[in-house]
Design a protein around this ligand. Sequence first.
Ligand SMILES: CC(C)(COP(=O)(O)OP(=O)(O)OC[C@H]1O[C@@H](n2cnc3c(N)ncnc32)[C@H](O)[C@@H]1OP(=O)(O)O)[C@@H](O)C(=O)NCCC(=O)NCCS
Length: 198
Amino acid sequence: MAFFRTISVTDLIPVIPGDGVVLRAPQMSDYAAWAELREQSRAFLTPWEPTWPQDELTRASFRRRLKRYSEDMRADLSYPFFLFEKEPQRLLGGLTLTNVRRGVAQTASLGYWIGEPFARCGRMTAGVRALIPFVFDALRLHRLEAACIPTNEASIRLLERTGFVREGRARQYLCINGLWQDHLLYARLRDDPISPPL
Ligand SMILES: CC(C)(COP(=O)(O)OP(=O)(O)OC[C@H]1O[C@@H](n2cnc3c(N)ncnc32)[C@H](O)[C@@H]1OP(=O)(O)O)[C@@H](O)C(=O)NCCC(=O)NCCS
């Protein structure tokens, strides 16, 4: 009976179409494609991410991840998306809105990754552009923040291409790949202009 059904992440966030891409909530059926793409992209991703635990790519860990996503979403704390190519529909990467702060802040942080085989094809630019209306219109946030290591040229270009403005540098801001690393701080406000399409 629908009344007793557990609410899953797919019930709580919309499918968002973009330019050649689609964003939707992660589902258990994505596990095999996700684990394969993350394993294939391990060397490409790990310099820019928190250290992967030993069980990072296991089915049990993915299941726990979905449960956490679901709890966080219901609490209006974070909103996870997987990024798919529109045709043929295949997993490309992911974007996550985390650390949603309401009250006088109305702010969230944006994180993202793409599988190495799909990098540098404009896919994440399309993904971020598609997500922006959800952030400001659906969630009605005022500000979207992102941070990256100063040597992460791909991330810097992505943020500047999608209308984020550099606001400063935070010392030892996040523990990435096992080290506390300085980060460049970027943000987009509701009314900031989106730069021209690719
Ligand atoms: C950052 C990342 C998501 C970008 O995804 P992507 O799909 O390759 O991005 P796009 O193809 O949309 O490119 C966005 C811009 O970055 C540039 N770019 C992409 N890869 C680059 C690289 N390795 N070096 C320099 N510029 C790069 C593109 O040329 C484009 O800029 P342009 O429009 O001025 O030409 C991807 O590189 C990634 O997942 N990196 C590893 C994980 C990571 O860095 N996560 C973010 C931590 S802050």
